[in-house]
Ligand binder design. Structure first.
Ligand code: 6GU
Length: 254
């Protein structure tokens, strides 16, 4: 799989691509990341990539010319490629979009900066617009790394244990169960006895129950789309019955 990343800050990616999960995938030849510096396609004495908005107002807008020429310089996979614009106005990224993207051979990520990108870039070149959440970042670079990281984990061979990406939170729409490692007692807190029992069936049952409990307490919205069997539903009913009912005056908070 190949990512072409258009940015005015290519150096922001170097530590991640060296040390991160993507770095390992690059070394193994599973992933190819090409950084394209938009400034290399700027013209004129000042090589400006941004300018004042028509109509006035605060902030600067990324000019269409340099981005258009940068896009034109990318060799496109004949079996297709997708141009994604990272913008707070896009659809909110999630695991299902990560799966969509992981099936593609070439993805072109355009990192917007400043107040935005000239609208004509969107109209002419962009296939999909993605945001990574409802908060403001100064640019799309961190979002591009978030997307590459989550997609990279889904490419077979990029993780140590082949199965681990399937056990992650959100893969089956449940949060993860609590994890413990040595020492057995830390600051007076003991590892749950069952995890030391060696009884793998009981351990599996305990972990499933803890995952259900955690999801119920923290992200009940996820339970609606989770794949739950009859045993899960029975456990959830038990968890629900042990949860104190919400007093009417506090309804909005619980
Ligand atoms: Cl993709 N870009 C910017 N600038 N801010 C964001 C974002 C993207 N996703 C969330 N906030």
């Amino acid at each position: 799989m190949r990512f072409d990343v258009l940015t005015i800050f290519p150096d922001m990616f170097s530590a991640y691509l060296r040390d991160g999960i993507a770095g390992r995938a690059v070394k193994r030849g599973l992933l190819d990341v090409r950084l394209v510096n938009i400034r290399d396609f700027a013209r004129g004495a000042h090589k400006t990539t941004d300018d004042r908005p028509y109509g006035g107002g605060d902030g600067m807008v990324m000019r269409p010319g340099p981005i258009s020429r940068a896009l034109g310089s990318i060799e496109r996979n004949s079996r297709g490629s997708l141009v994604i614009l990272l913008t707070p106005q896009g659809e909110t990224f999630n695991q299902s979009i990560a799966w969509d993207i992981s099936s593609l051979e070439q993805v072109i990520l355009v990192c917007g900066r400043y107040e935005g990108v000239d609208e004509r870039i969107r109209l002419l070149f962009v296939d999909r617009e993605i945001s990574i959440g409802d908060y403001v970042l100064s640019g799309g670079e961190l979002a591009a790394m978030v997307i590459m990281d989550s997609v990279c984990r889904l490419i077979p061979g990029t993780l140590g244990g082949e199965k681990s990406s399937f056990e992650d939170s959100f893969q089956d729409s449940l949060l993860e169960y609590p994890h413990y490692t040595r020492p057995r007692v830390f600051e007076g807190l003991e590892v749950p006895e069952i995890l030391l029992s060696g009884d793998h069936a009981r351990i599996r049952g305990w972990r499933r129950k803890e995952a259900l409990k955690r999801t119920f307490e923290r992200r009940p919205d996820l339970l609606a789309k989770a794949k739950l069997d009859d045993e899960d539903l029975r456990i959830l009913e038990q968890i629900r019955s042990q949860t104190p009912a919400c007093p009417p005056e506090a309804e909005a908070d619980c």
